[in-house]
Design a protein around this ligand. Structure first.
Ligand code: ADP
Length: 582
């Protein structure tokens, strides 16, 4: 690569050489022409000077004297003199023997002279074998042509002069040229030096050295460029410092987070991780590994794939080694990356298990004494008088409620068991409902309620756990009767795409909208006194929800347009159950 100064120097050098050559050429040409013109004028004057004596010799036909005169004068002034007669016959010539010379009438200078022009002629002389400058003037006597006098000189004499002049000019030009070239060399160095400085500085900036500064003297554009360059590096340095400090800050924040955090690309390769995560997976060596390498369990991978597919945040409870975590995964559209955050819930989980165990244990412990109380109360009832019977009735009702609660709690605990299994078999819901409704006949007729059952004709047998599903129907129908004073209880079953839809609605008191989100929580009741009146425990809907979830289904509550409540259950028709957490 040629340097800038070399390029500038060579360009100027070329231009100057071309221009100098052209100027010299033009100067030589004009100088030579000027010389020729000046000599032509001198020749003309000389011719006019010699013409007078020549004319006398011609008139007197004294050719010998003429020749003598011509030879002598020609020798003295180193000029060739020639005289021809009116026919072109050479009478005298100072450089050659006229006897040996051919007729000269056809020579251009003589032709020109005869036509009245005394312009000079430049041509090659065959007589003396050299280029010569001629001026010929005719000699007339009383209108008759007597002869023609010609004066001529060698062009080499003129060229010798011009060559001397040219060599002088060339010498001066060469000196000037050298001086100019030295100037250009200096100028090109001066021009390229700051640019080289800037180029070297920018290379250092590219390598990350933002402290570099360029100082260039002067007040021209290059100096302005250097000032701007310095500003630019200062700004870059400030930005870089900002980015670095932000990065450090963000790394400190990330590493100080107790929760495990990783960022992966869409292939699952880990791009960023914090200490929390290293502690969870018990290794620091996670960067650039895929999550498949890190997690043997499918749970995290499933969550990852699901978030990648749906591009929406999702949360799952997962187990890593002996600990439990809430894993939140989110897709960052801007970077096409996925963030996974692991929050340790092992202690909460342990507490939950302890609470569950306590409930189960207490329920178990309470069952026997409660059954005994119930038995003794019934024995007492037979022997009691009217006043005591009233109190025994109250004790019996409360004992029944307690037994119900204990039973429901045990049911719920069993359903919440992680390993809780569903025993699937193909069931015709029509038959199941037919058997069930018998239980409610008394309660229905007591309140004068109508039970409407509608199962779609095409509705197939479906795979469910019949005992658990029976519990769902019992709880929902029982509630519907409990909270309806007049009207109907309706069960509608049909298929919608690949799901079975079960609707249980009533024309009862309904559930105000604000209670809908919490209605499936344990012990949640809308109207406590009414629930108590019917021996409600507040656990029925929790049990229903758990069973539906075990069937991979969903349950929602709605308000009937004409009043009353509607529970809508949707479960997959082709159910393939594997143990799931409830
Ligand atoms: P409970 O044993 O109190 O009935 P549930 O869990 O079965 O407990 O129901 C929770 C609460 O939901 C009930 O206390 C009641 O207020 C309300 N509820 C349930 N089903 C109905 C219904 N069909 N109509 C009106 N309210 C209902």
């Amino acid at each position: 690569m040629k340097s800038l100064s070399t390029k500038i120097f060579l360009s100027f050098f070329l231009v100057i050489i071309i221009f100098t050559s052209l100027i010299l050429l033009f100067t030589f040409k004009t100088t030579r022409e000027h010389y020729i013109e000046t000599f032509a004028k001198d020749l003309r004057n000389l011719n006019l000077t010699i013409i007078k004596p020549v004319k006398q010799y011609l008139i007197s036909s004294d050719y010998d004297s003429l020749r003598e005169y011509i030879n002598e004068h020609g020798k003295n002034i180193n000029i060739r003199l020639t005289v021809v007669d009116s026919t072109g016959f050479v009478l005298a010539d100072s450089k050659s023997d006229p006897m040996l010379m051919e007729n000269h009438m056809s020579r251009p200078e003589f032709q020109k002279a005869l036509k009245g022009s005394n312009d000079a002629t430049l041509r090659y002389s065959t007589t003396v074998h050299d280029e010569m400058l001629y001026v010929a003037i005719p000699i007339y006597v009383s209108g008759d042509l007597l002869g023609i006098a010609r004066v001529s000189m060698f062009l080499s004499d003129i060229d010798a002069l011009t060559t001397r002049l040219a060599s002088d000019i060339m010498n001066i030009a060469a000196v000037i040229l050298v001086l100019i070239l030295i100037g250009i060399l200096f100028f090109s160095r001066k021009l390229s030096k700051p640019l080289t400085q800037l180029s070297q500085a920018s290379r250092k900036v590219a390598l990350g050295d933002f402290d570099i500064k360029v100082f260039i003297k002067g007040r021209d554009e290059i100096n302005e460029l250097a000032v701007n360059f310095n500003h630019m590096t200062e700004r870059l340095k400030a930005l870089f410092d900002l980015v670095t400090s932000q990065k450090e800050e963000y790394q400190t924040v990330i590493s100080s987070i107790q929760e495990g955090l990783i960022v992966t690309d869409t292939s699952g390769k880990i791009l960023l991780s914090n200490t929390g995560f290293h502690n969870i997976v018990k290794t620091n060596n996670v960067l650039n590994k895929t999550i498949e390498n890190i997690f043997q369990d499918e749970q995290v991978l499933e969550l990852f794939r699901s978030v990648l597919k749906k591009k929406k945040p999702q949360t799952n409870e997962i187990r890593i080694y002996e600990s439990y975590y809430i894993c939140s995964a989110n897709y960052i559209a801007l970077k096409n990356e996925i963030v996974l955050l692991f929050h340790d819930i092992t202690s909460i989980k342990r507490l939950e298990t302890m609470k569950k165990d306590l409930v189960v244990n207490v329920s178990h412990e309470l069952r026997t004494p409660l059954t005994a109380i119930k038995g003794f109360v019934e024995t007492l009832e037979d022997e009691a008088n009217e006043r005591d019977k009233h109190y025994i009735e109250i004790i019996k009702r409360h004992t029944d409620r307690l037994i119900n609660i204990v039973q429901d709690l045990l049911n719920l605990s069993e359903l919440e068991e992680r390993q809780s299994q569903v025993m699937l078999s193909k069931v015709d819901l029509r038959v199941l409902l037919e058997n069930l409704t018998k239980i409610f006949e008394y309660k229905l007729s007591e309140k004068n309620l109508k039970l409407i059952i509608h199962v779609d004709e095409a509705f197939p047998k479906i795979k469910i756990d019949p005992f658990k599903m029976e519990q769902v129907f019992v709880n929902l129908i029982d509630n519907a009767i409990k909270y309806t004073d007049a009207g109907f209880v309706k069960i509608k079953i049909f298929q919608k795409r690949d799901r079975a839809i079960i609707e249980i609605s009533d024309s009862g008191v309904g559930i105000p909208q604000e209670h809908h989100p919490r209605i499936f929580e344990r012990f949640y009741t809308v109207d406590k006194s009414r629930s108590k009146k019917y021996g409600g425990t507040g656990l029925g809907l929790s049990i229903v929800k758990h069973i539906v979830l075990l069937h991979h289904g969903e349950i929602n509550v709605e308000n009937n347009p004409d009043g009353g409540t509607r529970f809508v259950i949707s479960i997959p028709i082709k159910l393939k159950i594997k143990p799931i957490s409830s």
